[in-house]
Design a protein around this ligand. Structure first.
Ligand code: NAP
Length: 455
């Protein structure tokens, strides 16, 4: 029997191991999800709201347990893990409060006696999810999908299988019927078989570009809709009128939050030439002052990366960038200690063609880029295969807004780090993926937008 083995990235010790599902067990769970859908789609919005409020309470009641589980399985600091669980509860309540509006029929004036657009659930949705926000990423998909009347099956990242099981239990404890939300503990090479299953009507994947390409091509072959939330290398333009203390605070938190492993983290800082040296001086002081350590210690600013292999890949990208002419300002050395630790690192003077400019650095490494003026800064920011988030840091919000409108990304924020918010759609363009999550745009991705005409 194949097993999923969980390793604590802070200690490199085994936490637990779980048997993977066999092909027939996975098929049987998908059949249950399909069976459940036949009744679940007929439940009233108010019945769903009652259960969703219970799920929110379960997140509140189990905050400490869930947070510790996330920290031990993927290394995020305990304070940020608690915030993640609070955000899950918030999302449940947001959809409970707003579902009536989000899926309300749109009346359309035509020559008909009555014509309108209505939104109906599709069936069983497969979600392939990453480890970096092991509770929230799943909830961001599952809560709207289930509130819309769909059922969901989850293929979670292998290293956070404890969190995946906790999520399935949470839905059950809240009173959702068996099959509304189901965890499939399967390997990534078993995903193809799930997508091919006739009961699966659509697929959402949050993860890397290679995983997205693979899943989308299989789904395409079977004509099943996909939503892809992939990687990013978000550029933040720091203008010459920016408050540098604020800019470097944002840059430090942006690059070290979640131990540097957030899709929408600020990764490239495009800084105007007149403030470039001063930005680097202040930024270096702050990155060096941030404490790396045990993620369960309340005083730790950032912990280990999620896995040793991911840390080693990041280090290779750093070394490659330096070999290509990038300047190592601080960090850049693997510490001699147990755990997937990597120090806060700054690479400066990066230009297109260098690894640290072109690729996503999914860890605590910042890429700093010099631009001679505003126009060049916009060109450099947009010179990327990715288009997830982006930002402008400036003392003039109007100037910031004009630039934000020209950045090629799904989200562009002025004087604030991009963060997902259920009131606004979230997603990317270019190789950061397609489709949206959250807000009315997200919930409707997995609904049949249906026209009704009464002559
Ligand atoms: P990953 O390796 O692509 O894994 C994501 C999920 O896909 C996991 O469940 C993984 O399963 C599965 N998977 C991997 N290869 C697959 C394949 N060929 N077919 C089917 N499933 C496959 O990504 P990650 O390292 O966990 O996450 C980091 C990446 O995700 C970064 O690029 C980050 O920017 C991106 N991300 C994007 C968003 C967003 O909202 N846009 C949010 C978070 C993260 P196993 O664990 O079993 O391999």
């Amino acid at each position: 029997m194949e097993k999923t083995i969980l390793i604590n990235p802070a200690t490199e010790e085994e936490i637990a191991s779980y048997d993977r599902l066999s092909k027939s067990e996975a098929t049987s769970r998908i059949a249950t999800a399909h069976q459940t859908f036949q009744n679940w789609k007929k439940t009233s919005l108010d019945e769903r709201i009652t259960l969703m409020r219970k799920l929110a309470d379960i997140f509140d009641q189990n905050k400490e347990t869930y947070a510790k589980m996330a920290t031990q399985e993927m290394g995020k600091t305990i304070g940020q893990a608690r915030s993640e669980i609070e955000k899950c509860a918030m999302i449940c309540r947001y959809y409970a409060d707003n579902i009536h509006t989000l899926v309300k029929d749109d009346m359309v004036a035509t020559e008909a006696t009555k014509s309108y657009v209505t939104f109906q659930p599709l069936g069983v949705i497969l979600a392939v999810m990453p480890w970096n926000f092991p509770f929230y990423q799943v909830i961001r998909f599952a809560v709207p999908a289930v509130m819309a009347g769909n059922t969901g099956v989850l293929k979670h990242a292998s290293n956070v299988q404890g969190c995946a099981m906790a999520l399935e239990n949470a839905f059950a404890k809240a009173g959702f019927p068996t099959g509304v939300f189901t965890n499939l503990n399967i390997a990534s090479d078993a995903v193809e078989n799930v997508i091919e299953n006739d009961h699966i009507v659509a697929v959402t994947l949050t993860g890397s570009d290679p995983a997205g390409r693979s899943v989308a091509s299989i789904a395409g072959k079977h004509l099943k809709k996909t939503v892809l939330e992939l990687g990013g290398s978000d550029a933040y333009i720091v203008l010459d009128d920016a408050d540098l203390d604020k800019a470097t605070d944002l840059a430090t938190y942006g690059r070290l939050q979640n131990n540097g492993q957030t899709c929408i983290a600020a990764k490239r800082f495009v800084v105007l030439a007149s403030i470039y040296d001063e930005f680097i001086t202040q930024y270096t002081q702050k990155m060096e002052a941030a404490t790396m350590g045990d993620p369960l210690d309340e005083n730790t600013y950032y912990g280990p990366m999620a896995r040793v292999d991911l840390r080693d890949e990041l280090h290779e990208q750093v070394e490659e960038t330096i070999a290509q002419g990038g300047r190592l300002v601080t960090g850049g050395k693997i510490p001699k200690q147990k755990g997937a630790y990597y120090p806060a690192t700054i690479l400066a003077d990066l230009t297109p063609g260098m690894t640290g400019f072109d690729q996503e650095l999914f860890g605590p490494v910042a890429s700093v880029i010099k631009a001679k003026d505003e126009e060049e800064a916009i060109r450099l920011a947009n010179n990327s295969q990715f288009g997830l988030g982006s930002g402008v840091i400036t003392g003039d919000s109007l100037r910031g807004e004009q630039i934000a409108l020209r950045l090629e990304a799904g989200n562009s924020f002025v004087n604030k780090l991009v963060a997902s918010d259920p009131r606004l759609p979230f997603g990317g363009i270019k190789t950061s993926g397609y489709g949206r999550e959250l807000a009315k745009y997200g919930i409707r991705e997995f609904m049949n937008t249906k026209s009704i005409w009464i002559e």
